[in-house]
Design a protein around this ligand. Structure first.
Ligand code: NI
Ligand code: MN
Length: 261
């Protein structure tokens, strides 16, 4: 009895030491990790270790240097054609042989830039790989592509629902105004974590984003698309001031480069 106890204790200690020495991002098979690279750019590492980039504009003025340390990418989700969202997609998709998930117009543009793998979706469409689901949802926003000064049609702007292998569900709203069907998104997909723009001018500001959060009722709110340029004045403090009491504590307090697990 005594010996068994000692062995288990040793195993337990080793496991504890190991789990403390591993950096957060390498916790494969446990939680989902979300790293913010500034503006609307995120890296999601799913429960099974799939690496997803969303709107990877890694040259944005607030991008941390760690944004250039990415060593694996499986999927790149592009919400719409504006340069601050397509960002470095063409370069990254080729470098990592990743699949770009986007609308047909953006897929055609990326293909013309040398991207080999694209998955075309439209609203309510699902892309599924190894029990991971990506669903394109509505966004109220424009979408044109700047091709070296020439404007190309960019299709409809979108948001994405990401259903991880363990059921954890994320919603990246892209660039959008607030719209009533966020209630429908909440009913259908029950997002645990939402990434929503709060900067104003081109998207929701704090007041509208607070209404969006009410409609979505998530467990965690990650504000984005603010502070990148002086014009994007909305702030998490402003967002909290408009949120109902039960949601105020759910706003993630993160800076570009930070990871939430
Ligand atoms: Ni935009
Ligand atoms: Mn934008």
């Amino acid at each position: 009895m005594k010996r068994t106890f000692r062995v288990s204790l040793a195993v337990l200690l080793t496991m504890t030491i190991l789990s403390f020495s591993l950096p957060a991002q390498t916790k494969v098979g446990k939680g989902v990790s979300i790293t913010w690279y500034g503006h609307s750019a995120f890296k999601i590492v799913t429960t099974k270790g799939k690496v997803i980039l969303i709107d990877p504009w890694l040259d944005n003025p607030k991008a941390p240097s760690s944004a250039r340390n990415i060593d694996r990418v499986d999927l790149i989700l592009v919400t719409h054609g504006h340069f601050d969202h397509i960002g470095n997609t063409a370069e990254l998709a080729q470098k990592f042989d990743a699949t770009a998930v986007c609308n047909g117009d953006i897929a055609a543009y990326l293909t013309s830039k040398g991207v080999k793998k694209t998955a075309v979706l439209d609203y309510s469409g699902t892309y599924e790989v190894d029990n991971l689901k990506v669903i394109m949802v509505h966004a109220d926003h424009g979408s044109s592509i700047d091709n070296n000064g020439q404007k190309l049609a960019g299709g409809n702007a979108a948001g994405f629902i990401i259903q991880c292998e363990n059921g954890v569900t994320l919603y990246h709203a892209g660039d959008t105004g607030v719209f009533g069907d966020m209630k429908l998104i909440a009913e259908l997909y029950k997002p645990d974590i939402v990434m929503i723009p709060i900067g104003g001018v081109y998207t929701m500001g704090p007041k509208e984003a607070a209404k969006a959060c009410e409609l979505l009722n998530p467990r965690l709110i990650i504000p984005m698309h603010y502070g990148t340029f002086p014009a994007l004045t909305g702030s998490p403090v402003d967002l909290k001031s408009f949120l109902p009491a039960q949601l105020k504590g759910k706003v993630a307090d993160i800076l570009p480069g930070d990871t939430v697990n």
